[in-house]
Write a protein that binds this ligand. Structure first.
Ligand SMILES: [Zn+2]
Length: 302
């Protein structure tokens, strides 16, 4: 390239000769470079082919396949049972207002019943993470009023709990709600007994114990006879022979009214259960923390 740029200094009569010679040298160098480069690539390819032989007869590695989370499996089993019984799935939001989560459910501010739910509050006043699926009761009533309702309300709930083998800060709930004319406690008992038989087997025995919830009156807990020991008493049922599986009751008149239904004309019942708790019992899982710890060794067993 220096010769090319020095050409103007070469005497005029020698210039064609010098230029031609320089061109010949340049072409020869470029051709040699291409040839040498090709030879190097070829020899390194040969080296790779010789040293990294591929044995196509080896069996393949099976890719890891995901599965359905045990809590979701249980939820889907529950949906299937309630679908057979004529219930629709109605989803509502995880982030709720204090009004829907508490006040419209007959739990005013400063009412001692609020102690039953340790709540996650956001930095926006009045906006919280729902502590139960019950605010969905108000939402579904306000959407369908004055039509009759038969729905299940599933979803994640959040509580500011000390995390332990038995309690988590997040968990699913599945709530059912029926509203219409002439709905009685007998309808509730029949529905829940039918559910228990479909879920736990033809011979599942149940019992109702009086309880308290601000949004139902009267309220009860439903127990199912321990399906692990058959009612004889074991470590899982703590010797009682019964397992508590859901809370239930007749919808409180104030709650019906807040949903837009006239309690003199309409009545209804609601019940709520924990899918993870049912999965714990069904699979004899000892620690509820496994559900959301994202440990594949646990999850791949389902
Ligand atoms: Zn038992």
């Amino acid at each position: 390239m220096q010769i090319f740029s020095g050409l103007p200094q070469v005497p005029k009569e020698l210039r064609p000769q010098v230029g031609q010679r320089a061109n010949q040298v340049k072409q020869a160098l470029e051709a040699a470079l291409v040839e040498r480069g090709g030879a190097i690539r070829q020899s390194s390819l040969e080296h790779v082919l010789n040293s990294e032989r591929l044995d196509v007869t080896l069996p393949g590695r099976k890719p890891i396949q995901g599965g359905i989370h045990p809590a979701t499996q249980t939820l889907r089993d529950l949906y299937a049972i309630f679908a057979e019984m004529g219930f629709q799935v109605y989803r509502t939001r995880d982030v709720e207002t204090d009004e829907y989560n508490f006040e419209l459910l007959n739990i005013p501010a400063y009412h001692p019943a609020r102690d039953m739910w340790d709540t996650f509050y956001t930095t926006t006043p009045g906006v919280i993470l729902r502590t139960h699926t019950s605010p969905g009761q108000i939402r579904v009533m306000r959407e369908y009023c004055p039509d009759p309702i038969r729905v299940v309300l599933p979803g994640m709930c959040y509580r500011y709990e000390q995390v332990s083998a038995r309690s988590e800060i997040q968990f699913n709930q599945l709530e059912l709600m029926v509203v219409g004319r002439n709905i009685t406690l007998g309808d509730m008992k029949g529905t829940l007994n039918d559910f228990a038989r479909r879920m736990f087997g033809e011979n599942a025995r149940t019992r109702l114990r009086p309880s308290y919830f601000p949004f139902t009156e009267p309220s009860a807990e439903m127990d199912v006879e321990c399906f692990i020991c058959g009612g004889k008493g074991c470590a899982i049922c703590k010797g009682s022979g019964w397992l508590e599986i859901m809370g239930c009751g007749m919808v409180h008149p104030t709650v019906l009214q807040n949903g837009g239904y006239d309690p003199r004309e309409f009545s209804g019942f609601a019940a709520g259960l924990g899918p993870e708790r049912i999965a714990l019992l069904r699979h004899r899982i000892e620690d509820i923390r496994y559900f959301w710890a994202n440990d594949v060794r646990f999850l791949e067993q389902f």
